[in-house]
Design a binder for this molecule. Structure first.
Ligand code: TXA
Ligand code: MG
Length: 308
């Protein structure tokens, strides 16, 4: 059910949960200090209790209210990348951030989203938590119809149009006196060298899981995905690939964009994965013949998780 920004603010202030657009994907929002509403978010998403939430803020002052000290380079990172698709995980005052929000950890994730609707709501109601607005394990929603698919036609959603980046924010975690990447996302890790002087290490590569959410199956359609650079030997009933490639015309084709345009591919990825399920595709071959750099590296990582 489409609602206005005013209605969303009213619902949030009354302890409710709404879907809001952000610059990355739709978020499932409630006030961060409303225990019942936060519990409801875990319940609605079927989210494991040990997976903490990101607190979305409209300015750095709201972070200061939750944390005694800000780690080295926090302010520079926020100045350069906020508002935008960067989440920063830092030690917080445990009496200022409710336990459920941080899933019992002594750290909290913060992000200032670059979306006028999300920012207007936060300015009006204060900090809000927003996990991606999808059932746990499903691809995130970048269209309001995807929100309806997961939460029902009556679920309140503020329409966000079509300008989503399409994948989630990059997560940097302050750990052992340096910044590490807990989740790849819209910002390739090279982007942070200008501020930090180094490329944050991605903890998953070191077999270390710093973001609890990373250990769960994620982004996955019901369709089985075969990831391969070449046409696989096994049978499949759809191809997920690129506009500028030739594929057998007899098999249904789902394009994520041009193989030279990672931004478009990122923005369409989850829409295509969801469309496979709408069309009841059982097995799809995903053409993995694309670069392993920048945003394409992130797309590759999401596809690997989606195929588990
Ligand atoms: O782009 C985004 O970040 C979207 C939009 C809606 O803002 N939100 C999003 O939230 O992707 P969610 O809940 O789907 O993913 C949050 C990730 C999870 O992997 C979680 O484990 C991690 O952030 N996280 C949150 N708090 C953390 C903490 N204190 N320490 C480590 N990881 C944390
Ligand atoms: Mg998510």
């Amino acid at each position: 059910m489409k609602i206005t920004v005013d209605q969303a603010c009213h619902i949030l202030k009354s302890g409710g949960v709404v879907a809001l657009p952000t610059d990355t994907v739709y978020g499932l929002a409630c006030c961060f200090d409303d225990q019942k509403a936060v519990e409801n978010i875990f319940h609605l998403k079927k989210r494991p209790q040990d997976n903490p939430l990101i607190v979305h803020v409209s300015d750095i002052g709201q972070v200061r209210q939750c944390c005694m000290n800000l780690p080295k380079d926090f302010e520079q990172l926020a100045n350069v990348f906020w508002p935008g698709p960067l989440t920063l995980v830092i030690p917080c005052s445990t009496d200022r951030v409710p336990k459920q929000v941080r899933a019992g950890l002594s750290t909290c994730a913060f992000r200032q989203p670059n979306h006028p609707i999300a920012l207007e709501v936060i300015k009006n109601v204060g900090p809000i938590v927003m996990p991606s607005c999808n059932l746990a394990s499903k691809p995130s929603a970048t269209e309001s119809k995807a929100v309806e698919e997961d939460f029902g036609k009556d679920f309140p959603v503020v329409e966000g149009g079509e300008n989503f980046k399409g994948i989630e924010s990059t997560i940097l975690i302050w750990q052992d006196s340096s910044w590490r990447a807990g989740r790849l996302g819209v910002h390739p890790l090279e982007d942070f060298v200008q501020v930090l002087g180094y490329r944050p290490k991605f903890t998953a590569i070191e077999n270390e899981i710093a973001c609890p959410g990373q250990k769960y199956r994620h982004y996955a359609p019901n369709a089985k995905l075969i990831l391969s650079k070449q046409r696989p030997d096994k049978s499949f009933d759809a191809i997920v690939g690129f506009d500028d490639r030739k594929y057998p015309a007899s098999i249904s084709f789902y394009s994520i964009g041009k193989s030279s345009d990672a931004k478009i591919c990122a923005s369409r990825l989850y829409q295509v994965l969801r469309q496979l399920d709408r069309d009841e595709i059982k097995v799809a071959w995903v053409d993995m013949d694309f670069p392993n750099t920048g945003l394409f590296e992130v797309i590759r990582e999401r596809l690997k998780k989606a195929s588990l």
